[in-house]
Design a protein around this ligand. Structure first.
Ligand code: ABN
Ligand code: CU
Length: 697
């Protein structure tokens, strides 16, 4: 009876009443149904994740090609649950069938740490006698333990404790006043928390002790700034208006804008997932990417003193970029005419939770799209660009990561990430130098050197699934000066190297050759250039992983060993550092290195491939980054190359366009999209002299 009811509940959800697109994230009802189905058979669990198990690619492609006749992919929940004794269960629940289709006890792994897991640690730390004793040593009396805070990271990996027990390391701080930033007052010891028994099992106490900082607080919130320097008062409002509304449409979670069509998914781990991305090329709907997401990241810190080697956060795999997502605010995080999408997750107790306004979708002016002036007569065409931005922001304890997926009118897709928030800090002795492994960013505050390395997962679908990746280097012609083929020595060309097999399909960045990577369909040539249609990955912020080969980070973050890895497509290969990342030892390395080791000769030529790109920055902190960092942007571009037969944005209406003959006849050209709001900054009239407002004739 109960099972029947659950089946009805599940089929009601997936049936006619609420018909989800197969790539839509699970709704709150579906999350509740999945948990109810699991509870029928397994009680006494807490829930770590209940998320969409994405449809298998072939099944999904068949359904997309003929949605009326092909079977609709079932809605399936991917469940991670934790039982007593840190037992981890991985399961699949088919919501259409109303039943569990896979349930496994997975040994020796630890699933990610949720925000709820984090909250527990601080209260335990404050009551622990050994922590109270350590606090006493730096002058914090027991009655002030409410002023002690911690950022409870996963332990990462510590060889003394292994992986069988779920552990967290508590990075300790003190707040003199509830409104002060604790990062100015780091404590030098590090308690280890057992998440299963909810107790402190050990405290790492450094050999060299460091005191509690005595510097005055430095804060960034408005109250503090108002009391300190006050605010600058020379800013006038800037407003973005779209008087006739937005130029995109949303059908469910499918977005259409300026020839682009894309499904916007979201999950607890990667955050935004874009799939089935197509571009309408003059009526021909051409596939470009099957799926793209930010799949992983690692932030290794560079101080060799124990236990800072453990400070290397995998913010997606260990905490979840989706779980840490902010609820965005109109006019603050997002300016203009905004469409929001919510995100639904499970909580520890198995109840659905919603983050309102998790994804922001809006258009922005993007400067000049193209322009040319004929210097002979000043006849001119100038066309302004706009872009469509799909974004979310997540808070990874001290840091904020703002993720912007940007679509451009010329067929380019851009991923921009802005880094802001607060530096991770550590204590300093009076007179001690923070160099060379860190910087004293404020008196008594040591911010360690670190890297932010992101792993972008690109599943290309460039005019079809059969794609090939080429490394492209700008190199000199081979012939020496004076030789027949390069007599003047000026020759250079784009040297393309095929990434042909799994074991050779990896490559590092080389700025000296302006290295890029092309995802090409070699079965389809551009009729003009006779080159394969392709999308090019252009990325210039690509530091190499600084932890040495063989180090803990190198072993755990195999994806970060190279700027690019190419692998054969597999439905289950989504997580480049493994499915469960906390407490992996890296022996053997999970994710990309394991997939390559399993199929070293795997063919990557003219087949379904995935490109994994690691990019980011190396951060040597400085006082300008404190007490809160001004946002630092990073960009990756995916540009059509030999994909179109001309500039695909020529049909964007210009702001102004005149031809030489119009100028000769004294006629003004065409003014198309010009707002009537732009005006001279300091009043007065624009000098005309035969020019239009754009300065062209
Ligand atoms: N940056 C590491 C982290 C993220 C979230 C919560 C705790 C720690
Ligand atoms: Cu940083």
């Amino acid at each position: 009876m109960v099972l029947e009811r659950l089946q009805q509940m599940a089929s009601h959800i997936t049936g006619q009443a609420v018909q989800h697109h197969p790539s839509d994230p699970l709704s709150t009802e579906e999350i509740a149904a999945a948990v109810a189905i699991v509870r029928q058979e397994y009680s006494d669990l807490f829930y770590n994740a209940v998320t969409l198990w994405e449809p298998r690619k072939m099944e999904m492609m068949r359904w997309l090609a003929s949605p009326k006749t092909a079977p609709r992919p079932h809605r399936v929940a991917d469940v991670v649950a934790i039982g007593r004794g840190s037992k981890v269960y991985d399961g699949l629940v088919d919501l259409d069938e109303g039943k569990i289709v896979r349930w496994e006890l997975t040994e020796g792994v630890q699933p990610l740490i949720t925000m709820e897991d984090l909250q527990i640690v601080e209260s335990v730390v404050r009551k622990d006698p050994k922590v109270i004793e350590q606090c006493g040593l730096v002058g914090i009396p027991p009655q002030d333990m409410h002023k002690v805070y911690c950022d409870p990271w996963t332990i990462g990996y510590d060889e003394r404790f292994g992986s069988s027990v779920r552990l967290q390391q508590a990075l300790m701080y003190y707040r003199p006043h509830p409104d002060d930033s604790q990062y100015t007052y780091p404590l030098d010891f590090c308690p280890i928390f057992n998440a299963d028994t909810q107790e402190i099992i050990h405290i790492d106490v450094p050999k060299v002790r460091r005191p509690l900082n005595t510097a005055p607080p430095i804060n960034y919130h408005a109250d503090a700034v108002a009391k300190d320097t006050g605010f600058r008062n020379d800013l006038k409002p800037i407003n973005i208006t779209q008087p006739e509304g937005v130029s995109f449409t949303v059908d469910g979670r499918t977005l259409s804008w300026q020839n682009w069509n894309v499904h916007v998914g979201f999950n607890y781990r990667e955050g935004i997932v874009l799939s089935n991305i197509t571009f309408n090329d003059k009526g021909n709907v051409r596939p470009v990417f099957w799926r793209m997401s930010l799949a992983e990241m690692v932030v290794p810190y560079g101080n060799p003193e124990h236990p800072h080697q453990r400070k290397h956060a995998f913010d997606l795999g260990e905490y979840g970029g989706g779980y840490m997502t902010n609820s965005l605010a109109l006019g603050c995080d997002c300016k203009g005419a905004i469409h929001y999408m919510d995100a639904a997750f499970v909580n520890r107790a198995g109840e659905p939770q919603v983050i309102k306004n998790a994804i922001c979708i809006h258009e922005e002016d993007a400067g000049i799209l193209f322009k040319h002036t004929d210097f002979r007569d000043d006849s001119c065409t100038v066309t302004r660009a706009r872009k469509l931005v799909v974004s979310h922001v997540f808070t990874a304890a001290n840091y904020e990561y703002c993720v912007y997926w940007i679509f451009h009118q010329d067929g380019t897709i851009q991923l921009e990430i802005k880094l802001t928030g607060i530096l991770n800090t550590y204590s300093l002795n009076p007179g001690e130098s923070a160099a060379p492994w860190g910087t004293e960013v404020y008196p008594g505050v040591n911010a360690h050197n670190h890297q932010h390395l992101f792993c972008l997962r690109l599943d290309p679908n460039v005019d079809g699934q059969a794609n090939t990746v080429f490394q492209v280097d700008a190199v000199q012609g081979e012939g020496a000066v004076g030789s027949e083929e390069n007599f003047y020595g000026n020759a250079f060309y784009a040297k393309k190297t095929k990434m042909a097999t799994m074991s050779t399909g990896m490559s590092d960045y080389d700025g000296s050759t302006s290295r890029t990577w092309e995802m090409a369909n070699t079965n389809k040539m551009n009729p003009y250039s006779k080159k394969p249609v392709s999308y090019k990955l252009v990325s210039r912020e690509v530091p190499s992983l600084l932890p040495k080969d063989g180090s803990l980070v190198w072993k755990r973050a195999g994806f970060a060993r190279h700027a690019v890895h190419v692998t054969k497509y597999s439905d289950d290969q989504l997580h480049p550092a493994g499915r469960h990342v906390p407490q992996t030892s890296g022996e053997p390395s999970q994710g990309i290195p394991a997939w390559i080791a399993a199929d070293p000769e795997g063919n990557l030529d003219n087949t379904d491939v995935v490109l994994w790109h690691t990019f980011g920055l190396t951060h040597f902190p400085s006082p300008e980054d404190y007490p809160v960092m001004p946002a630092e942007p990073m960009t990756v571009l995916l540009r059509p190359r030999n994909f179109f037969t001309q500039n695909p944005a020529l049909d964007v209406p210009p702001s102004f366009s005149s031809t030489p003959s119009q100028v000769a006849a004294g006629k003004t050209g065409i003014k198309a999209i010009v707002d009537n709001l732009s005006r001279l900054a300091f009043g007065g009239k624009q000098e005309k002299g035969g020019s239009n407002d754009c300065g062209c004739k």
